[in-house]
Unconditional design. Structure first.
Ligand code: ADP
Length: 263
């Protein structure tokens, strides 16, 4: 099923969560980025087009400047994201460099998606970049957003981006293999849900636990992202980004995941 979805999709949005981007010390995991970029380059050579939605600005900021981690003041948080975004993009640039692929930064806010002219501009920019073989790396523009006007999590940002770009497939990489009937971090006997064709029924049948580590959205926002994508005819896969060569393994049908069907 997963391999088939990849095979029939040309335009693919891949979101990478903070827990997947960070290593055990809470720094940007450059080895992961390099490996991901190499696998992405192979996919692109086979004719796929990719847009990446990348979290991790805050953690990159904390590890870059090594202070303010505990400051509650919103301006410090935003300052950390502003510092970290540079680190993050530098890491992505280095990761794609060996494959000769350029990356581009798009920092978006909720307002951008509700304004027709901005939406059209973003869409055209995305199409132009991708047509030219560049990989757009999207993140929320945390430095200009206060909580009230935030999209707030990159699962939602990824689904909005997938809809905006008219993607064929949305992939969310997290630190779990997919949606389980209960939180797998708390229950050893949790069972993976492999295929979802009725999201309302899924929500009624599973229990949702707490988020961990650097995560912001948790499983709820991933399910909401699926609802949005599927309502626009875009299927979504939730999978473990930290497994060995996860992208390649998914494409080959060697790795499990939760598939949200769109038809
Ligand atoms: P990311 O940083 O990748 O966006 P999050 O930490 O925000 O990830 O969300 C994923 C986490 O949600 C998982 O690591 C898991 O602990 C938690 N979770 C809670 N309930 C469930 C469930 N029913 N199925 C899967 N994961 C769940």
């Amino acid at each position: 099923m997963i391999a088939k979805l990849f095979a029939r999709s040309r335009k693919i949005v891949i979101k990478i969560g903070s827990n997947t981007l960070a290593d055990a010390e809470g720094k940007i995991d450059r080895a992961f980025l390099a490996s991901f970029a190499e696998q992405a380059a192979v996919l692109m050579k086979s004719g796929k087009q990719l847009v990446v939605v990348s979290s991790g600005a805050r953690i990159a900021g904390i590890s870059a400047i090594d202070k303010w981690a505990r400051k509650k003041d919103i301006h410090y948080k935003q300052a950390l994201c502003a510092i970290g975004q540079v680190e993050l993009m530098e890491a992505w640039k280095k990761a794609f460099e060996p494959s000769g692929i350029h990356i581009a930064q798009l920092l978006l806010t909720r307002d951008d998606f509700s304004d027709d002219i901005r939406t059209l501009n973003m869409r055209n920019t995305l199409f132009t970049l991708v047509d030219e073989g560049v990989v757009p790396v999207i993140n929320e523009n945390d430095s200009v957003c206060v909580d009230e006007i935030k999209i707030g999590d990159n699962d939602t940002l990824a689904s909005l981006s997938a809809v905006l770009w008219s993607a064929d497939l949305l992939v969310l990489f997290s630190d779990i293999d997919g949606v389980y009937d209960k939180n797998p971090k708390e229950h050893g006997d949790a069972v993976l849900v492999e295929t979802v064709s009725d999201i309302a029924a899924l929500k009624a049948s599973i229990s949702i636990g707490t988020t961990n580590g650097f995560g912001t959205g948790g499983i709820s926002t991933k399910i909401e992202a699926a609802e949005k994508a599927v309502s626009y005819g875009i299927p979504m896969i939730l999978a473990h980004g930290g497994r060995p060569r996860a992208l390649e393994a998914l494409v080959a049908g060697r790795q499990p995941g939760t598939v949200f069907l769109a038809d």
